[in-house]
Design a protein around this ligand. Sequence first.
Ligand code: SF4
Length: 236
Amino acid sequence: MRFNMPAEEFEGRRAKVAPVAAILGECHGHPVWRAGVDPVDELVSCVLSQSTNDSNRDRAFDALKARWPDWRGVVEAPTDEVIATIRVAGLANQKGPRIQALLRDIHEQQGAFNIDFLADLPLDEATAWLTSLRGVGPKTAAIVLCFAFGRPSLPVDTHVHRVGKRLGLIPERMSAERAHPLMAALVPAEQHYSFHIQLILHGRELCHARRPDCANCPLSAICDWYSDQQAEASST
Ligand code: SF4
């Protein structure tokens, strides 16, 4: 029994990953991770990204960096100024103090605004350290480890969660938070980054939340959701 499911069920879900990945690769290409993102920048960017789009997240991040080029400036700044600076990202009253607390925690523990040590820590310890920071959950930890460090970690955002459930990789009732260790176990480590990006692209381009474009989806032959819809339609 793993992830609260019988071994056969887990193996069935895992067996589906290879055909899904092959089709997603044909459809969306094979994204390759490249180094270059600063881990603390990624962490702050993740906080800013909550409940907003990428464009507003980036505008808020750029405004923050333009106003205080180093993180010490953000920590020492009056909170209302930080809030005003990131206003475009929304929920600024929550995000401003959260970012300051996060940076303060990092400096207190590491003596610098630097978390590069996570590159060499065993993955589960790196995840535990990140999620011990105030306001950092499994998704943010997975994003930082995947995007900033290129480590095997598969963030389950809203697209990955929805498409993963429809395809039958993630059980219908499993939360995105709980789906992190499952997806990390189902997908081969070297494919975590590409699979994450491919599922996001698929969710944006075809497998929309409201009206998925199943008629044009190359995954329909192996999609649980589509097959359920077909069965339902033929029984009425
Ligand atoms: S067949 Fe439809 S529900 Fe299934 S993955 Fe494709 S778009 Fe999504």
